[in-house]
Design a protein around this ligand. Structure first.
Ligand SMILES: C[S@@+](CC[C@H](N)C(=O)[O-])C[C@H]1O[C@@H](n2cnc3c(N)ncnc32)[C@H](O)[C@@H]1O
Length: 362
Protein backbone atom coordinates (compact mmCIF):
# COMPACT_ATOMS: atom_id res chain seq x y z
CA UNK A 1 0.00 0.00 0.00
CA UNK A 2 1.38 3.46 -0.88
CA UNK A 3 1.72 6.12 1.85
CA UNK A 4 -0.94 8.16 0.04
CA UNK A 5 -3.39 5.24 0.05
CA UNK A 6 -2.88 4.86 3.83
CA UNK A 7 -3.46 8.59 4.25
CA UNK A 8 -6.63 8.52 2.12
CA UNK A 9 -8.02 5.45 3.92
CA UNK A 10 -7.61 7.23 7.28
CA UNK A 11 -9.23 10.34 5.87
CA UNK A 12 -12.20 8.40 4.44
CA UNK A 13 -12.68 6.37 7.64
CA UNK A 14 -12.81 9.65 9.57
CA UNK A 15 -14.92 11.81 7.25
CA UNK A 16 -16.61 9.48 4.73
CA UNK A 17 -16.02 8.82 1.01
CA UNK A 18 -14.37 11.55 -1.08
CA UNK A 19 -15.29 12.63 -4.62
CA UNK A 20 -13.32 11.24 -7.56
CA UNK A 21 -12.25 14.85 -8.17
CA UNK A 22 -10.71 15.08 -4.69
CA UNK A 23 -9.08 11.66 -5.15
CA UNK A 24 -7.44 12.77 -8.43
CA UNK A 25 -6.31 16.07 -6.92
CA UNK A 26 -4.73 14.30 -3.91
CA UNK A 27 -3.16 11.56 -6.04
CA UNK A 28 -1.51 14.09 -8.36
CA UNK A 29 -0.85 17.05 -6.11
CA UNK A 30 -0.75 16.01 -2.43
CA UNK A 31 1.99 18.23 -0.94
CA UNK A 32 3.96 15.25 0.41
CA UNK A 33 2.90 12.11 -1.46
CA UNK A 34 1.41 13.42 -4.73
CA UNK A 35 2.53 11.96 -8.06
CA UNK A 36 3.81 15.26 -9.48
CA UNK A 37 5.13 16.42 -6.10
CA UNK A 38 7.55 13.53 -5.84
CA UNK A 39 8.88 12.76 -9.32
CA UNK A 40 9.71 13.56 -12.94
CA UNK A 41 7.34 11.14 -14.69
CA UNK A 42 8.30 11.94 -18.29
CA UNK A 43 10.36 10.04 -20.82
CA UNK A 44 11.21 6.46 -21.70
CA UNK A 45 12.36 5.62 -18.17
CA UNK A 46 9.27 7.27 -16.67
CA UNK A 47 5.56 6.63 -17.05
CA UNK A 48 4.61 8.49 -20.24
CA UNK A 49 6.05 10.57 -23.05
CA UNK A 50 4.71 13.87 -24.42
CA UNK A 51 4.98 15.56 -27.81
CA UNK A 52 7.94 17.86 -26.97
CA UNK A 53 9.86 14.85 -25.62
CA UNK A 54 9.22 12.98 -28.89
CA UNK A 55 10.59 15.60 -31.29
CA UNK A 56 12.27 19.01 -31.02
CA UNK A 57 10.14 20.09 -34.00
CA UNK A 58 7.06 20.27 -31.77
CA UNK A 59 8.48 23.03 -29.53
CA UNK A 60 10.12 24.77 -32.49
CA UNK A 61 6.81 25.09 -34.36
CA UNK A 62 5.05 26.33 -31.22
CA UNK A 63 7.83 28.94 -30.84
CA UNK A 64 7.25 30.14 -34.39
CA UNK A 65 3.48 30.16 -33.78
CA UNK A 66 4.09 32.46 -30.77
CA UNK A 67 6.42 34.77 -32.73
CA UNK A 68 3.94 35.02 -35.61
CA UNK A 69 1.08 35.83 -33.22
CA UNK A 70 3.18 38.44 -31.39
CA UNK A 71 3.84 40.24 -34.69
CA UNK A 72 0.14 40.08 -35.61
CA UNK A 73 -0.67 41.53 -32.15
CA UNK A 74 1.40 44.61 -33.07
CA UNK A 75 4.61 43.47 -31.34
CA UNK A 76 3.76 44.54 -27.76
CA UNK A 77 6.87 45.12 -25.62
CA UNK A 78 6.92 43.76 -22.97
CA UNK A 79 4.75 40.70 -23.50
CA UNK A 80 4.27 37.75 -21.14
CA UNK A 81 5.05 34.36 -22.64
CA UNK A 82 3.45 31.81 -20.32
CA UNK A 83 3.55 28.04 -20.21
CA UNK A 84 1.14 26.05 -18.04
CA UNK A 85 2.57 22.76 -16.72
CA UNK A 86 5.91 22.90 -18.58
CA UNK A 87 7.12 19.42 -17.55
CA UNK A 88 10.88 19.27 -18.10
CA UNK A 89 10.89 22.63 -19.93
CA UNK A 90 11.66 20.93 -23.23
CA UNK A 91 8.91 22.59 -25.27
CA UNK A 92 9.89 26.05 -24.08
CA UNK A 93 13.65 25.46 -24.54
CA UNK A 94 13.03 24.38 -28.16
CA UNK A 95 10.63 27.29 -28.71
CA UNK A 96 13.06 29.90 -27.33
CA UNK A 97 15.94 28.58 -29.46
CA UNK A 98 14.03 29.27 -32.69
CA UNK A 99 12.55 32.53 -31.37
CA UNK A 100 16.05 33.87 -30.66
CA UNK A 101 17.12 33.14 -34.24
CA UNK A 102 13.93 33.82 -36.20
CA UNK A 103 12.40 36.64 -34.12
CA UNK A 104 15.06 38.40 -32.01
CA UNK A 105 12.76 41.37 -31.30
CA UNK A 106 10.21 39.01 -29.78
CA UNK A 107 13.00 37.34 -27.79
CA UNK A 108 13.90 40.76 -26.39
CA UNK A 109 10.30 41.69 -25.56
CA UNK A 110 9.13 38.48 -23.92
CA UNK A 111 9.02 37.83 -20.17
CA UNK A 112 8.80 34.12 -19.43
CA UNK A 113 6.33 32.93 -16.79
CA UNK A 114 5.81 29.28 -15.89
CA UNK A 115 2.82 27.93 -13.97
CA UNK A 116 3.98 24.78 -12.20
CA UNK A 117 3.09 23.12 -8.90
CA UNK A 118 5.69 20.32 -8.90
CA UNK A 119 8.88 21.22 -7.00
CA UNK A 120 10.78 18.44 -8.80
CA UNK A 121 9.80 19.69 -12.26
CA UNK A 122 10.41 23.34 -11.28
CA UNK A 123 14.02 22.38 -10.51
CA UNK A 124 14.42 20.72 -13.92
CA UNK A 125 12.83 23.73 -15.66
CA UNK A 126 15.19 26.10 -13.79
CA UNK A 127 18.20 24.22 -15.20
CA UNK A 128 17.11 25.20 -18.73
CA UNK A 129 14.99 28.33 -18.48
CA UNK A 130 15.15 31.78 -16.93
CA UNK A 131 11.62 32.48 -15.78
CA UNK A 132 9.31 33.55 -13.00
CA UNK A 133 7.35 30.65 -11.51
CA UNK A 134 3.76 30.70 -10.26
CA UNK A 135 1.63 28.05 -8.56
CA UNK A 136 -1.64 29.34 -9.96
CA UNK A 137 -2.84 31.16 -13.09
CA UNK A 138 -4.40 33.77 -10.78
CA UNK A 139 -0.88 34.93 -9.85
CA UNK A 140 0.18 35.83 -13.42
CA UNK A 141 1.04 39.52 -13.88
CA UNK A 142 -1.06 41.88 -16.02
CA UNK A 143 -0.36 42.80 -19.66
CA UNK A 144 -0.71 41.06 -23.02
CA UNK A 145 0.00 37.33 -22.87
CA UNK A 146 0.72 34.41 -25.13
CA UNK A 147 0.01 31.18 -23.25
CA UNK A 148 0.82 27.56 -24.11
CA UNK A 149 -0.73 24.54 -22.38
CA UNK A 150 0.41 21.15 -23.69
CA UNK A 151 -1.08 18.23 -21.74
CA UNK A 152 -1.90 20.52 -18.84
CA UNK A 153 -5.71 20.42 -18.78
CA UNK A 154 -5.80 16.60 -18.81
CA UNK A 155 -3.98 16.64 -15.45
CA UNK A 156 -6.72 18.71 -13.79
CA UNK A 157 -9.27 16.53 -11.99
CA UNK A 158 -12.81 15.73 -13.10
CA UNK A 159 -16.06 14.92 -11.33
CA UNK A 160 -18.15 11.97 -12.57
CA UNK A 161 -21.95 11.92 -12.40
CA UNK A 162 -23.73 8.61 -12.97
CA UNK A 163 -27.42 8.15 -13.82
CA UNK A 164 -29.09 5.57 -11.57
CA UNK A 165 -32.73 4.46 -11.26
CA UNK A 166 -33.00 6.91 -8.35
CA UNK A 167 -31.41 9.91 -10.09
CA UNK A 168 -27.96 11.36 -10.77
CA UNK A 169 -25.29 10.37 -8.25
CA UNK A 170 -21.64 11.40 -7.89
CA UNK A 171 -18.80 8.88 -8.22
CA UNK A 172 -16.95 8.65 -4.90
CA UNK A 173 -13.92 6.82 -3.56
CA UNK A 174 -14.58 4.91 -0.34
CA UNK A 175 -13.02 2.08 1.66
CA UNK A 176 -14.26 -1.46 0.89
CA UNK A 177 -14.86 -3.96 3.68
CA UNK A 178 -13.60 -6.56 4.22
CA UNK A 179 -10.16 -5.80 2.86
CA UNK A 180 -9.92 -2.15 3.84
CA UNK A 181 -8.76 -0.98 0.38
CA UNK A 182 -9.95 1.93 -1.76
CA UNK A 183 -13.05 1.21 -3.88
CA UNK A 184 -15.22 3.19 -6.29
CA UNK A 185 -18.73 3.83 -5.05
CA UNK A 186 -21.64 6.19 -5.66
CA UNK A 187 -23.04 8.92 -3.44
CA UNK A 188 -26.79 9.33 -2.88
CA UNK A 189 -28.94 10.91 -5.61
CA UNK A 190 -28.22 14.63 -5.51
CA UNK A 191 -30.01 17.57 -7.16
CA UNK A 192 -26.60 19.31 -7.33
CA UNK A 193 -25.25 16.39 -9.42
CA UNK A 194 -28.20 16.69 -11.81
CA UNK A 195 -27.47 20.42 -12.13
CA UNK A 196 -23.94 19.70 -13.36
CA UNK A 197 -25.00 17.22 -16.04
CA UNK A 198 -26.44 19.75 -18.49
CA UNK A 199 -29.75 19.65 -20.39
CA UNK A 200 -28.48 17.39 -23.23
CA UNK A 201 -27.91 14.42 -20.92
CA UNK A 202 -30.56 14.77 -18.20
CA UNK A 203 -32.63 11.89 -19.63
CA UNK A 204 -29.66 9.66 -20.44
CA UNK A 205 -29.95 5.89 -19.96
CA UNK A 206 -29.36 4.33 -16.56
CA UNK A 207 -25.63 3.75 -16.09
CA UNK A 208 -24.58 6.77 -18.21
CA UNK A 209 -21.50 8.54 -16.84
CA UNK A 210 -20.91 12.26 -17.48
CA UNK A 211 -17.61 13.96 -16.65
CA UNK A 212 -17.36 17.62 -15.75
CA UNK A 213 -14.33 19.57 -14.60
CA UNK A 214 -15.03 22.69 -12.55
CA UNK A 215 -11.25 23.14 -12.11
CA UNK A 216 -10.58 23.23 -15.85
CA UNK A 217 -13.48 25.62 -16.31
CA UNK A 218 -12.15 27.89 -13.54
CA UNK A 219 -8.70 28.03 -15.19
CA UNK A 220 -10.19 28.70 -18.64
CA UNK A 221 -12.52 31.38 -17.27
CA UNK A 222 -9.70 33.18 -15.45
CA UNK A 223 -7.43 33.12 -18.52
CA UNK A 224 -10.15 34.07 -21.01
CA UNK A 225 -11.06 37.08 -18.87
CA UNK A 226 -7.41 38.11 -18.82
CA UNK A 227 -7.20 37.80 -22.61
CA UNK A 228 -10.33 39.92 -23.00
CA UNK A 229 -8.85 42.60 -20.71
CA UNK A 230 -5.20 42.60 -21.80
CA UNK A 231 -5.03 40.92 -25.24
CA UNK A 232 -3.26 37.81 -26.45
CA UNK A 233 -4.07 34.13 -26.89
CA UNK A 234 -4.04 30.75 -25.14
CA UNK A 235 -3.05 27.65 -27.13
CA UNK A 236 -4.38 24.38 -25.66
CA UNK A 237 -3.03 21.06 -26.95
CA UNK A 238 -4.42 17.95 -25.31
CA UNK A 239 -6.13 14.68 -25.92
CA UNK A 240 -9.88 14.19 -26.04
CA UNK A 241 -12.86 14.31 -28.37
CA UNK A 242 -13.81 17.51 -30.23
CA UNK A 243 -17.42 17.10 -29.13
CA UNK A 244 -17.71 15.81 -25.57
CA UNK A 245 -20.11 12.91 -24.92
CA UNK A 246 -20.91 10.57 -22.09
CA UNK A 247 -18.29 8.11 -20.84
CA UNK A 248 -15.73 7.39 -18.16
CA UNK A 249 -12.34 8.55 -19.50
CA UNK A 250 -10.31 8.64 -16.29
CA UNK A 251 -7.20 6.54 -16.78
CA UNK A 252 -4.09 5.56 -14.91
CA UNK A 253 -0.70 4.99 -16.54
CA UNK A 254 2.46 3.57 -15.02
CA UNK A 255 5.58 2.59 -16.94
CA UNK A 256 3.81 3.31 -20.29
CA UNK A 257 1.00 0.84 -19.46
CA UNK A 258 -2.58 1.36 -18.37
CA UNK A 259 -3.36 0.30 -14.84
CA UNK A 260 -6.24 0.49 -12.34
CA UNK A 261 -6.98 4.07 -11.25
CA UNK A 262 -7.09 3.08 -7.56
CA UNK A 263 -3.86 1.10 -7.70
CA UNK A 264 -0.92 2.80 -6.01
CA UNK A 265 -2.27 6.37 -5.68
CA UNK A 266 0.58 8.87 -5.81
CA UNK A 267 2.70 6.49 -7.89
CA UNK A 268 0.69 6.34 -11.13
CA UNK A 269 -0.33 9.12 -13.51
CA UNK A 270 -4.03 9.94 -13.58
CA UNK A 271 -5.66 11.88 -16.42
CA UNK A 272 -9.03 12.30 -18.10
CA UNK A 273 -9.93 13.27 -21.67
CA UNK A 274 -10.24 17.00 -22.19
CA UNK A 275 -13.76 18.00 -23.25
CA UNK A 276 -12.97 20.60 -25.93
CA UNK A 277 -16.64 21.51 -26.35
CA UNK A 278 -16.80 22.41 -22.64
CA UNK A 279 -13.56 24.43 -22.87
CA UNK A 280 -14.94 26.29 -25.90
CA UNK A 281 -18.23 27.09 -24.12
CA UNK A 282 -16.32 28.33 -21.08
CA UNK A 283 -13.98 30.58 -23.08
CA UNK A 284 -16.83 32.02 -25.16
CA UNK A 285 -18.95 32.65 -22.06
CA UNK A 286 -16.03 34.62 -20.60
CA UNK A 287 -15.97 36.77 -23.74
CA UNK A 288 -13.05 35.25 -25.69
CA UNK A 289 -13.02 34.12 -29.33
CA UNK A 290 -12.12 30.49 -30.02
CA UNK A 291 -10.40 28.83 -33.00
CA UNK A 292 -10.61 25.06 -33.45
CA UNK A 293 -10.39 22.52 -32.12
CA UNK A 294 -8.45 21.00 -35.02
CA UNK A 295 -6.50 17.76 -34.90
CA UNK A 296 -2.84 17.97 -33.86
CA UNK A 297 -1.88 16.39 -37.20
CA UNK A 298 -3.66 19.11 -39.15
CA UNK A 299 -2.33 21.91 -36.91
CA UNK A 300 1.30 20.80 -37.16
CA UNK A 301 0.86 20.25 -40.92
CA UNK A 302 -0.39 23.82 -41.32
CA UNK A 303 2.60 25.13 -39.32
CA UNK A 304 5.02 23.36 -41.67
CA UNK A 305 6.17 20.21 -39.86
CA UNK A 306 7.14 18.51 -43.14
CA UNK A 307 9.30 21.43 -44.27
CA UNK A 308 11.09 21.61 -40.90
CA UNK A 309 11.66 17.85 -40.95
CA UNK A 310 13.21 18.10 -44.46
CA UNK A 311 15.50 20.88 -43.21
CA UNK A 312 16.70 18.72 -40.29
CA UNK A 313 17.04 15.62 -42.50
CA UNK A 314 19.42 17.48 -44.81
CA UNK A 315 22.18 17.37 -42.17
CA UNK A 316 21.15 14.22 -40.26
CA UNK A 317 23.04 10.91 -40.06
CA UNK A 318 21.11 7.66 -40.59
CA UNK A 319 20.12 7.25 -36.93
CA UNK A 320 19.05 10.88 -36.56
CA UNK A 321 17.07 10.63 -39.79
CA UNK A 322 15.17 7.60 -38.48
CA UNK A 323 14.40 9.49 -35.23
CA UNK A 324 13.18 12.56 -37.14
CA UNK A 325 10.90 10.48 -39.38
CA UNK A 326 9.46 8.40 -36.54
CA UNK A 327 8.95 11.54 -34.40
CA UNK A 328 6.99 13.29 -37.15
CA UNK A 329 4.90 10.17 -37.78
CA UNK A 330 4.12 9.78 -34.09
CA UNK A 331 3.03 13.41 -33.74
CA UNK A 332 0.90 13.54 -36.88
CA UNK A 333 -0.29 10.05 -37.93
CA UNK A 334 -4.01 9.51 -37.29
CA UNK A 335 -3.35 6.18 -35.57
CA UNK A 336 -0.75 7.79 -33.26
CA UNK A 337 -1.23 11.28 -31.75
CA UNK A 338 -2.42 13.05 -34.93
CA UNK A 339 -6.19 12.63 -34.43
CA UNK A 340 -6.69 11.96 -30.71
CA UNK A 341 -4.82 15.13 -29.78
CA UNK A 342 -6.61 18.39 -30.52
CA UNK A 343 -5.54 22.02 -30.63
CA UNK A 344 -7.70 24.96 -29.63
CA UNK A 345 -6.89 28.66 -29.29
CA UNK A 346 -8.78 31.17 -27.15
CA UNK A 347 -8.04 34.76 -28.14
CA UNK A 348 -8.98 38.29 -27.21
CA UNK A 349 -12.21 39.17 -29.07
CA UNK A 350 -11.46 40.63 -32.47
CA UNK A 351 -7.76 39.86 -31.98
CA UNK A 352 -5.54 38.70 -34.84
CA UNK A 353 -6.30 35.15 -36.04
CA UNK A 354 -3.65 32.70 -34.84
CA UNK A 355 -1.87 30.51 -37.40
CA UNK A 356 -2.71 26.85 -37.91
CA UNK A 357 -6.51 26.85 -37.75
CA UNK A 358 -7.59 27.80 -41.25
CA UNK A 359 -11.15 29.08 -41.03
CA UNK A 360 -12.33 27.56 -37.73
CA UNK A 361 -13.19 30.56 -35.51
CA UNK A 362 -16.15 30.08 -33.10
C1 LIG B 1 1.51 15.71 -18.43
S1 LIG B 1 2.67 16.85 -17.82
C2 LIG B 1 2.97 17.79 -19.31
C3 LIG B 1 4.32 18.40 -19.31
C4 LIG B 1 4.69 19.24 -20.54
N1 LIG B 1 3.70 20.23 -20.88
C5 LIG B 1 4.99 18.36 -21.72
O1 LIG B 1 4.26 18.44 -22.69
O2 LIG B 1 5.97 17.61 -21.67
C6 LIG B 1 1.67 17.93 -16.82
C7 LIG B 1 2.38 19.14 -16.27
O3 LIG B 1 1.44 19.96 -15.55
C8 LIG B 1 1.93 20.18 -14.22
N2 LIG B 1 0.74 20.30 -13.37
C9 LIG B 1 -0.14 19.33 -13.05
N3 LIG B 1 -1.14 19.85 -12.31
C10 LIG B 1 -0.89 21.16 -12.17
C11 LIG B 1 -1.57 22.24 -11.53
N4 LIG B 1 -2.71 22.04 -10.88
N5 LIG B 1 -1.04 23.47 -11.62
C12 LIG B 1 0.12 23.68 -12.30
N6 LIG B 1 0.82 22.70 -12.93
C13 LIG B 1 0.31 21.45 -12.86
C14 LIG B 1 2.80 18.98 -13.93
O4 LIG B 1 3.67 19.16 -12.87
C15 LIG B 1 3.50 18.85 -15.30
O5 LIG B 1 4.51 19.82 -15.46
Amino acid sequence: MTPLEEHLIQLIRRAGPITLERFMAEALGHPRYGYYTTRDPLGRAGDFITAPEISQIFGELIGLWCADLWMRMGAPDPVNLVELGPGRGTLMADALRVIETAAPDFAGALRLHLVETSPVLRRLQAERLEATWHADVGDLPGGPMILIANEFFDALPVRQLVRTADGWCERLVGVGEPGGRLVLTLGPPAPEAAGLVGPDHLDAAIGTCIEVSPQREAVMTALARRLVADGGALLVIDYGPAAGGPGDSVQAVRGHRFTDILEAPGEVDLTAHVDFAALTRTAVTAGADVCGPVSQGRFLGALGIEARARQLLASADARQAADIRSGVARLTAPEAMGELFKVLAATAPGGPPPAGFGDTAA
